[in-house]
Write a new protein. Structure first.
Length: 188
């Protein structure tokens, strides 16, 4: 019985981490371009944004990348919420057949809920471009004058607090669910 309480407590903490995990910026991205023409520098910021998970879904939807937006919505928002609701119901229905059925169902969708961990992995892959720089040196001849210029771009990315909250949610949810469901399996 203590396992069930500990598992539910971990899932409560996990859902508390989930909320800032989807609302706070998960990552930030900054892309700048610099042109150096005969010693004079011209700089321009191309992209400077921080996105939360919800903002990412919204932006993907607006850019008509509907499949990706729907997948992230389903696996990172809907399944975790449904899973928590079902876990709460199972916790309330102690020692019943319904409790065992719910834990069995959660075990079945557990494979799908691992997709939220996959979303975090995608963000990490995106962020692997951190500090990527390119530079091209060119020479331009205009009216008999030769101008040397260098065009460079720099991409900087960083993890935001939402990433850490969401990762904490994923890990605690997996642990809490495993502990809760193991307490039921030993009884049934």
């Amino acid at each position: 019985m203590i396992k069930k309480h500990i598992g539910f407590l971990l899932n409560l903490i996990a859902i508390a981490l989930f909320i800032p995990g989807i609302l706070l910026p998960m990552f930030s991205l900054n892309m700048a371009m610099t042109a150096n023409v005969s010693g004079a520098k011209l700089s321009n910021t191309i992209v400077d944004k921080s996105l939360s998970l919800l903002q990412t879904i919204q932006e993907l939807w607006q850019d008509e990348r509907l499949l990706v937006a729907i997948l992230i919505l389903a696996f990172s928002l809907c399944i975790p919420v449904i899973k928590f609701i079902l876990l709460s119901l199972a916790y309330a229905k102690k020692n019943s057949r319904l409790e065992a059925t719910i834990y069995n169902f959660i075990g079945q969708i557990g494979k799908w809920s691992m997709a939220d961990v996959f979303v975090v992995a995608i963000f990490l892959a995106v962020l692997s471009t951190n500090h990527a720089e390119t530079a091209t040196e060119q020479q331009l001849a205009l009216f008999g004058f030769k101008l040397d210029f260098i065009v460079s771009s720099q991409t900087l990315s960083a993890l935001g607090p939402g990433f850490y909250y969401f990762t904490g949610y994923c890990l605690l949810s997996l642990l809490g669910t495993a502990i809760s469901s193991s307490s039921v399996r030993t009884k049934v």
